[in-house]
Ligand binder design. Sequence first.
Ligand SMILES: Cc1cc2nc3c(=O)[nH]c(=O)nc-3n(C[C@H](O)[C@H](O)[C@H](O)COP(=O)(O)OP(=O)(O)OC[C@H]3O[C@@H](n4cnc5c(N)ncnc54)[C@H](O)[C@@H]3O)c2cc1C
Length: 461
Amino acid sequence: MSFITAQDMELTDGSRIAVIGGGPAGSFFSYYVLEYARRFDLELELDIFEAKDFTKVGSSGCNHCGGIISESLVQELATDGLVIPSDIIQRGIKTYTMHTEQGTRKIHAPTDERRIASVFRGCGPRGCLDNSLKGFDNYLLGLCQENGARLILEKVTLLERTEEGVMVGCSKSPLRKYDLVVGAVGLNPKALELFKGICPSYSLPEVTRAYISEFLMKPRDIEKKLGSSMHVFLLDLPQITFGALIPKYNYVTLVLLGKDIDKDIVQNFISSKAVRSCFPEDFPVKKALPCQCYPYINIKQGNHPYADRVVLIGDSASSKLYKNGIGAAFITAKAAASTVIFEGISESHFEKYYKPKCSDLDKDNRIGKLIFWVTRIIQKSTILKRGLLGMVGKEQALEHSALRMSSALWDTFTGSAGYRNILRRFLHPGLLFELAKSTLVSNISVINRHSHEKQEDRQTL
Ligand SMILES: Cc1cc2nc3c(=O)[nH]c(=O)nc-3n(C[C@H](O)[C@H](O)[C@H](O)COP(=O)(O)OP(=O)(O)OC[C@H]3O[C@@H](n4cnc5c(N)ncnc54)[C@H](O)[C@@H]3O)c2cc1C
């Protein structure tokens, strides 16, 4: 009979960690665990298992994503001394352009220091011939390797619990025993099922299908039609909660989020006048899709993503609804890293020190759902959209405006602030009053204009 003591549930010199998945969650975890261990004078062995090769173009080297790195993450990384190198950044995003059927408004960053980066997660879309492109995921893995992690480019196919550890198996490498196994496998259903086997109370996150495609465009055309602005669309189209065009250097990424996006929904969206206006007139929008996919997106967190010697992080555990998933991966990864180094690796350690971070994200997402529900109502209402455009237009034109609506929209689009914080700002009496006033004024002026035009038509007849 063997007894597991509290000491066995701590990492000690020589302990071995397997991180399954080398996307942002796996890399952030590995980076911080090795940093904290160094401060503690703790010698760890850390292996990152990754099924993809991020130096390849197309889907074999890509973790399907819009590639927006939020300003809050850019700042958090910079605080820890991690400045994203300029050759990883495809374009700095300075403004958001909001498109509706009723018009377009540009929203500037609320302050000059607030910067967002657009990146490629891999080395570019399918068919991309530019071999100088560098991806974000590979950059993060490089940081981990510099910190002492070993990268194993293999898919993990077996996880098995033994009395003193967890066995990890791949098709080519021999089985190896680890003291701690970290699940950073994103939303890969097979890999998540493997974790369910060693983490019996874990329930998988809920997902839906999103859409991404990349348009190859001349940099000159991108500059002229989109500039350094992320273009977001509040269009009354079924099943689309959020549509965006993200400019990169010589590609434009289209992202659609909503409920089970399919081919027809995509065609409907790219044929709309507002989307067409972002491309040169002769650009074959419907045909020019060298790379497209329908990846899963996390819409509800998984429950109980931990057990003794096992913890799941990033999309596999909790994310941020529709926005800043990489930022959420950073939050869960860093919280798990500090738990395993400073507290321990038992289920109760994770319950006490790691779970609160996941619960915070979950609570915030519930408010996020409410915000997206209201956004959906606005998307469907011509009257409200006119009011919104009027208010944003006025705020952006005035030099010393309070920018209440603009800054709340900025944070909704960028995902930089928590949904709780955004809701509080949307409910500010000053914002609600100005929105009601703008809705009234802009709709009256449209009615007046229409009746004036009708009168003129009658006179001409
Ligand atoms: C359409 C869309 C657009 C998005 N746009 C943005 C955006 O602009 N900005 C943003 O911040 N977030 C965005 N997200 C969310 C973001 O992509 C995710 O939240 C983020 O990638 C989560 O990181 P992760 O490391 O948890 O998972 P992933 O990035 O999915 O990484 C998981 C890794 O695990 C590896 N893996 C899986 N199974 C195995 C196995 N058995 N063995 C070895 N390796 C394995 C995979 O190859 C992969 O590299 C978007 C998501 C979608 C769907």
